[in-house]
Design a protein around this ligand. Structure first.
Ligand SMILES: C[S@@+](CC[C@H](N)C(=O)[O-])C[C@H]1O[C@@H](n2cnc3c(N)ncnc32)[C@H](O)[C@@H]1O
Length: 413
């Protein structure tokens, strides 16, 4: 697959909509709204919440059929086609193998373990190193049922301690196959990875299942540095970079970078997450309070510069707007003479409700850009591996309703 041309294609598309994806609606209000086409917003404004939910959940676009808005949405979704499908072989593992494993992790392992077992046959590697492996379920299953020496590396000593107990208890015969190492991959220079043990070499297969932000980049760079036999990596939490900006990995992307800031990276992280009807209505409630508070700060209290007001427990969004707003103003020591009545009258006024809805609709459009942003990051990583002579494929390994960060990068020597 020619990921390099895809990288340029996604960049060209995203460049034209930078004002949408790199800026949350409430930052730099009201200028942020200028990035949205008024005809798109007017069209959405005529729909019911039920219809909006189906669009947001991406399963029924009929109310906006044959419109420029649908063409734009389809374009944001079209880049998914570059991701190959993956059909795992079924492994008949006993239920005991999944002791204390939550459904999401169970699903991920059901799909990932067959891949690693298949790759072992093709590549003939000798051991697996799972980085950021948590309690080491993956290493335990590979070592316990497939006689594959597997090491789990994690920064969290407590996870590793629990993992060691589990593997000795569940696999007393094969526990020697499973090892645990406590180190900070991000802070350890790549050339020192083998200081404790020679884990990284040409007979190693590396795994990074949901390696946050920069950690994924470090793993891919380490894979190349040690010339490992193969690597499977899933990114997540793309906003976790030391700098509040995405750092390109491939030469192709570095020479003409897409500048994704923290807001863009947060959007990429949340992309493609299934939204139920209840989730949609909760989102509307939460957003209307948050947007309402910012409008109140902007219009009633003259705070024109954006102030981060932060999250709050979900119940606060359901206990009346004035109670929420007064709590937030107190928390941020913002002086005012507003009463419950005045705040509620403002919030429930027709013009404010209309503006809140408008902002919500902008946000609904904005979320469609999350997936192409995420794919840009993943394709940049794929191009980096290709530039370093690895056969590289991006595939959908998990059901996105269960595990939305479901695109894995497989690189093999
Ligand atoms: C999102 S979790 C994924 C855990 C596991 N791979 C899984 O899929 O269940 C990220 C893991 O990476 C570990 N981690 C985070 N930063 C790390 C670092 N700098 N070095 C090593 N491990 C790290 C965390 O402790 C956590 O277990």
């Amino acid at each position: 697959m020619d990921y390099k041309s895809t990288l340029h294609e996604i960049k060209d598309f995203l460049d034209s909509y930078e004002g949408i994806w790199n800026k949350e609606i409430i930052y730099n209000y009201p200028q942020t709204l200028d990035a949205y086409d008024h005809q798109h917003l007017d069209l959405l404004d005529r729909l019911t919440h039920d219809q909006l939910w189906k669009i947001d959940a991406r399963f029924d676009f009929s109310p906006i059929k044959d419109t420029p808005l649908l063409s734009l949405i389809e374009k944001t979704m079209s880049f998914n086609q570059i991701i190959s499908p993956y059909h795992p072989t079924k492994l008949d593992l006993p239920l005991l193998a999944f002791t204390r494993i939550k459904d999401k992790k169970h699903h991920e392992l059901d799909n990932l373990i067959p891949l690693i077992v298949e790759q072992k046959k093709h590549l003939n590697f000798q051991s697996v190193v799972d980085i950021g492996g948590g309690v080491g379920h993956l290493s335990r299953i590979l070592g316990g049922y497939f006689n594959t020496p597997s090491a789990c590396i994690d920064i969290n000593q407590e996870f590793l301690r629990q993992g060691e107990i589990n593997s000795k208890r569940l696999h007393p015969q094969n526990a020697h196959n499973i090892s645990f190492y406590n180190f900070d991959i991000k802070k350890t220079p790549t050339q020192d990875f083998n200081n404790i043990k020679n884990l990284f070499n040409q007979n190693t297969f590396m795994v990074g299942l949901h390696s946050c932000g920069q950690l994924s980049s470090k793993l891919l760079q380490a894979a190349v540095y040690y010339q490992v036999k193969g690597i499977i990596n899933f990114g997540c939490c793309y906003f976790k970079y030391d700098q509040p900006q995405y750092e390109q990995l491939s030469k192709a992307a570095k020479s003409n970078p897409l500048l994704i800031n923290e807001q863009g990276l947060t959007l990429a992280t949340r992309a493609h997450t299934y939204i139920s009807k209840q989730d949609y209505y909760n989102k509307y409630q939460v957003k209307s309070y948050r947007f309402g508070l910012h409008l109140l700060l902007y219009e009633m209290l003259g705070k024109k510069a954006f102030i981060t007001m932060g999250d709050c427990p979900i119940r606060d969004y359901f206990n009346g707007f004035s109670a929420y707003a007064l709590k937030k103003l107190k928390e941020h020591q913002i002086t005012h003479r507003l009463t419950h009545q005045k705040i509620d009258d403002y919030f429930h006024s027709v013009s404010i409700q209309k503006q809140i809805k408008r902002m919500f609709l902008c946000n609904l459009i904005r979320w469609f850009f999350g997936r192409p942003l995420e794919l840009y990051i993943l394709v940049d990583r794929a191009v980096f591996m290709q530039e370093n002579s690895y056969h590289t494929t991006l595939s959908h390994y998990f059901d996105d309703k269960i595990s939305p960060r479901n695109v894995g990068l497989l690189g093999t020597a």
